[in-house]
Design a binder for this molecule. Structure first.
Ligand SMILES: N[C@@H](CCC(=O)N[C@@H](CS)C(=O)NCC(=O)O)C(=O)O
Length: 225
């Protein structure tokens, strides 16, 4: 019998990047072995620039010579290539909604949650209020559900789960800005606890102290830009 050809899966990522971490979650959930190539996202490697000349960002996935960028598309590619443990819902409406909320998380919730620390032009209080107004939509979405994906983690859990538990819920320790306190967002905090029961999620969450130091540097870099 012909031996199945070895698959080549490489991931260019950065330890503190939620976009990289969600791709690792997906690969781990599918049980796909991969080689991880840690990248410097400030002083970028020739390899990163060569593989992602358009955005010059991580994550980049290389599968048998095929190169993919942008985490949402990478997650979809992984889901369609390795069919076990589905990530996206099969139902067309549910699938569209998972994509809708994932886009909302990355384009709205993420930047708004960083604004209180890095670019609070209208002041920290206003920036926190604006971020919380957006997060309220997610609080409503997760109410009554174990995960956004139902009983098991799915697309939106990976997208939101790579951003919220270690960026927002860590409360910007050291800077003392808590965007998502339990009193205001009990359902999301319950969801975070559910996520933390999943081994592959925990494996993908960066070290707390390292993350806090990193976020302080990011805030400084953005402020002085
Ligand atoms: N939309 C992209 C965002 C990726 C992204 O922002 N990656 C950051 C790391 S967290 C990066 O590589 N930044 C380098 C830069 O902005 O030059 C995705 O979903 O993959």
């Amino acid at each position: 019998m012909a031996k199945k050809e070895e698959e080549e899966v490489k991931l260019l990522g950065f330890w503190g990047s939620p976009f990289s971490r969600r791709v690792e979650m997906a690969l781990k959930l599918k049980g796909v072995p991969y080689e991880y190539l840690e990248q410097d996202i400030v002083d970028k490697s020739p390899l990163l620039l060569q593989l992602n000349p358009v955005y010059k960002k991580v994550p980049v996935l290389v599968h048998n010579g095929k190169v993919l960028a942008e985490s949402h598309f990478i997650l979809e590619y992984i889901d369609q290539t390795w069919k076990n443990n589905p990530i996206l819902p099969q139902d067309p409406y549910e699938k569209a909604m998972a994509r809708f909320w994932a886009k909302f998380v990355d384009e709205q919730v993420g930047p708004a949650s960083f604004r209180p620390v890095v670019k609070a032009e209208k002041g920290i209080e206003v920036a926190i209020k604006e971020a919380r107004e957006l997060i309220t939509f997610l609080e409503k979405e997760i109410t009554g559900k174990y995960f956004f994906g139902g009983k098991t983690i799915g697309f939106l859990d990976m997208v939101a789960g790579s951003l919220i538990p270690f960026c927002l819920a860590r409360g910007w320790e050291g800077i003392r800005v808590d965007v998502i306190p339990e009193e205001i967002f009990p359902e999301l905090n319950r969801w975070i606890k559910n996520l933390l029961e999943i081994e592959i999620v925990v494996e993908c969450i960066p070290n707390r102290e390292k993350q806090i130091e990193h976020m302080k540097k990011v805030a400084q870099r953005v402020k002085s830009a």
